[in-house]
Design a protein around this ligand. Structure first.
Ligand SMILES: C[S@@+](CC[C@H](N)C(=O)[O-])C[C@H]1O[C@@H](n2cnc3c(N)ncnc32)[C@H](O)[C@@H]1O
Length: 346
């Protein structure tokens, strides 16, 4: 899925670092899991992974990719059944397609009318299966993860949901198509993995001692709930319907706003997370243009672990550029570095 800070392309770099530091697979915690790309790569390399994130959309992806070991029986049949549904009017198509509510047109064009109605029909069918007891909670989350990813492929955005495009883009004209999301099978009888929705220090305290803590927090002022409110809505559902506001139809998100995105609070967030961590090794991903400076992170890591074991690795990569940035927006640099800070703690 298109996601700010998605580490899919950096996975070889991260796994190489794990190997280079001689960290043998055991139990890992990834409390800023986002799309669960790193958590599932670690699980595929033999780790038991406890993933977490404040967002419900991430929770769906974590359950689908990390917590469950294989797709439940009947997954393909459920996908077929959802794919065969006719679209229906509902909360999502009313507020996020041009079909809108007659007389109260809001002009939000996040999806084509047809795709919006199909998302409504699929979301309500998953909720009905769940409330009738036809599917287990994890099966429901797997289906929601599948729907979130399918909706993302046809979203009329340039990659994030902070705005929509004024005309339907080619991807948004295509009919929504559900594609299997494959859970990651565990290797060599590793311990069970898990998913969590909540604040990073809460998860870190809850899981207790681990071998590896992988941190990948937001690094700038962009609050994820405002950039991904539609995946979040699909994950949470709309019963009762949330109050929505503004041009983009934001949903209430005060509880999800992160101190990592606030210049005055980010240093406190870093020390809270490190204090809550009981681990042998910490790997910390951060961008060199983030709110925290490289030396602030270095001092916090040296203080938390064995100071001499601290190492910084970096890898330059092309800047993420959404299409809406346009030619008028200029950057001082086109390449930025992704830093991986390492410290051994015990
Ligand atoms: C850079 S992204 C992680 C990307 C992820 N590694 C991936 O590959 O998709 C940062 C994530 O941290 C989450 N987040 C922000 N503040 C948080 C907090 N206090 N506790 C847990 N998660 C938080 C955001 O919702 C977002 O998904």
């Amino acid at each position: 899925m298109r996601y700010l800070g998605n580490k899919t392309r950096l996975i070889p770099f991260i796994l190489d670092a794990v190997e280079r530091f001689g960290i043998a697979p055991g139990v890992a915690c990834d409390p800023f899991a986002g799309t669960a790309s790193v958590a599932s790569a670690l699980k595929a390399s033999g780790w038991a992974v406890h993933a977490g994130d404040v967002m419900a959309a991430s929770y769906a992806l974590q359950v689908a990719r990390v917590e469950i070991d294989s797709a439940p029986e009947g997954y393909d049949e459920r996908l077929e059944s959802l794919s065969g549904l006719s679209g229906e009017r509902g909360f999502l198509s009313e507020h996020y397609t041009l079909a809108g509510i007659p007389g109260r047109e809001h002009g939000r064009m996040y999806f084509s009318n047809e795709n919006g109605r199909r998302i409504d029909a699929m979301r309500s069918r998953i909720a009905r299966w769940r409330s009738d007891g036809d599917i287990e909670p994890r099966q429901a989350w797997l289906l929601l993860a599948t729907l979130i990813e399918a909706a993302d492929r046809v979203a009329n955005t340039t990659g994030v949901y902070a705005s929509f495009v004024k005309t339907l883009q080619p991807n948004a004209k295509r009919p929504l198509e559900l594609r299997r999301v494959d859970p990651t099978p565990p290797r060599n009888g590793s311990a069970p993995s898990s998913a969590f929705q909540g604040d990073a220090p809460d998860l870190l305290r809850r899981v207790g001692p681990v071998d590896l803590a992988y941190f990948d927090p937001p690094y700038n002022a962009r609050q994820y709930p405002g950039y991904y409110h539609i995946p979040e809505l699909i994950a949470r559902g709309w019963t009762p319907p949330p109050e929505i506001r503004g041009k983009t139809g934001l949903i209430p998100d005060e509880a999800l706003r992160s101190d990592w995105c606030r210049a005055g609070r980010v240093a406190g967030a870093l020390s809270d997370a490190l204090d809550a961590t009981d681990t042998r090794h910490v790997l910390f991903s951060y961008n060199d243009e983030g709110l925290l400076t490289r030396s602030e992170i270095e001092s916090a890591m040296r203080e938390r672990g064995i100071a001499d074991s601290y190492i910084l690795l970096d890898r330059p990569y092309r800047r993420y550029r959404s299409d809406s940035d346009g030619p008028g927006r200029t950057y001082t640099r086109d390449r930025v570095a992704e830093h991986l800070h390492y410290v051994r703690c015990r």
